[in-house]
Design a protein around this ligand. Sequence first.
Ligand SMILES: Nc1ncnc2c1ncn2[C@@H]1O[C@H](COP(=O)(O)OP(=O)(O)O)[C@@H](O)[C@H]1O
Ligand SMILES: [Mg+2]
Length: 212
Amino acid sequence: MRAKPARPESGVASAASGLIVKTLSLRDYRSYASLELELEPGIVLAVGPNGAGKTNLLESLHVAAQGFSPRTRADAQLIRFGERGARVAVDAEHGGSPAAIEVTLRLGEVKRARLNGAPLRAAEELRSKLPTLVFTPDRLAVVKGGPAVRRAYFDRALGRLFPSRAQTPTEYAAALGNNRPASRGGVFATGSTRPLDAARRGARNNPCRRPA
Ligand SMILES: Nc1ncnc2c1ncn2[C@@H]1O[C@H](COP(=O)(O)OP(=O)(O)O)[C@@H](O)[C@H]1O
Ligand SMILES: [Mg+2]
């Protein structure tokens, strides 16, 4: 299997806030006993026959950037058959600063993660620190499904790009839920304007949800 930059000069990965992976290192991860992969900024194509390990490679990047697999919540499945532990390490640049990420798994133990050497309380904490979004063939519902699925996916994408707004869709949904009976009954009584603010902010920030 080969992983090669498709357009190294492309500006796609050059956004200041983007995460640019420079090296990926795997030990006993899925089909990889050992892998040291150097990458360049830009779009990278992973090319190889069925079963070569392309999806495993993408999955490992997601594990490093988000702390969990997009394919399974059973972390033991990520450990190479017959082994007792696995390690995913990524050296990257995030917003112009170096980011060294390490996620280690051991059978029967909780997953551990370090960011720039500092242990995180939970590997999933990486999620709020590094912007990553996965799109795999099993997510075709985003294209084929109803608008709610698409909105949820783009809300997630925007949440990765603007982490401070990541909670807005949740607050927005809660605000809609809270206000629905009030709007039906013509009465609005709430001790807090926070949900309403969130709804207003949601509508303002999300072009798809701006009132016509
Ligand atoms: N925990 C594991 N240990 C060893 N091999 C694994 C593990 N999980 C999956 N595999 C192997 O990974 C291969 C599939 O890799 P995958 O990345 O899905 O291929 P593709 O290149 O088609 O995307 C299969 O041969 C499967 O047996
Ligand atoms: Mg695949």
